[in-house]
Design a protein around this ligand. Structure first.
Ligand SMILES: [Zn+2]
Length: 244
């Protein structure tokens, strides 16, 4: 089996086959052309719906492993663009930071149509973000909400330093509870990367805990195990997405 046939849409073919059920179905679904060695396009609704939240998270972990190894799956973005033009069936909603060094689709080895991606400094939520996540899950069928912060986050450092600037002041205020909730003995300033990263981690945990409290829609789906709300911390220095 060649490398191109080995993977589809960023996920390992073994995962995909487990979900699709029958090998024979491959020739007929979603523009996928495994036999020809062409990188896959996008999954159908039926394929996405067969994933469990845990399987989706496991596939993301494998995607990050490929990223770290420099062995990204072949992505045919034009095929994905064509396959998703009429409809989309993303399996997850990511809430991640705007940081230019933490592009979710790349570090998780995903393609067009794979995930909804909310990006805001510090990966905090607000009513518009929650509405977007509710749309992604309740209306569009995504099964995972992944809050992905990252180390050395400028927004977190700005909150620790008490920076104030226009609308940014209100945004940083959303991160400040994570500072108080971080139990760290030692230098609690931005001069200490260990403290900064501890706050980055705590911020993710608080957002994960807060989403169902602030969204009854998502709380009900999580309680029914229709969706899973999880957190992750992307390590800028190693390229590793640590799932919390
Ligand atoms: Zn950041």
């Amino acid at each position: 089996m060649n490398a191109k046939a080995e993977s589809t849409r960023g996920y390992s073919r073994r995962d995909v086959l487990k979900l699709s059920g029958a090998m024979a179905a491959w020739g007929a679904v979603g523009g996928i052309e495994l036999g020809s060695g062409t990188a896959a396009a996008a999954f159908t609704k039926n394929q996405r719906d067969n994933w469990t939240p845990d399987e989706i998270l496991a596939a993301m972990k494998k995607g990050n492993e490929r990223f770290r190894q420099g062995k990204l799956a072949p992505q045919d973005f034009l095929a994905q663009q064509r396959a998703t033009a009429g409809a989309q069936y993303p399996d997850a909603v990511l809430l991640s930071c705007i940081d230019s060094r933490a592009p979710a689709e790349i570090i998780l080895d995903l393609g067009i149509g794979d995930i909804f991606n909310c990006r805001v400094a510090g990966a905090v939520d607000n009513p518009d973000i929650l509405g977007s996540i509710e749309y992604g899950c309740k209306v569009a069928g995504a099964k995972v909400v992944l809050v992905m912060g990252h180390t050395n986050c400028g927004a977190v450092k700005g909150a620790i330093d008490g920076e104030e600037l226009g609308n940014l002041t209100g945004l940083l205020a959303k991160i400040k509870p994570a500072i108080a909730a971080t139990t760290y003995v030692g230098d609690r300033t931005t001069k200490n990367p260990a403290f900064v990263n501890a706050v980055c981690r705590r911020n993710v945990e608080l957002v994960v805990d807060g989403i169902p409290k602030r969204s009854p829609v998502l709380a009900e789906m999580a309680a029914a195990h229709t969706i899973r709300i999880a957190g992750a911390l992307y390590h800028l220095d190693t390229g590793t997405v640590e799932f919390l």
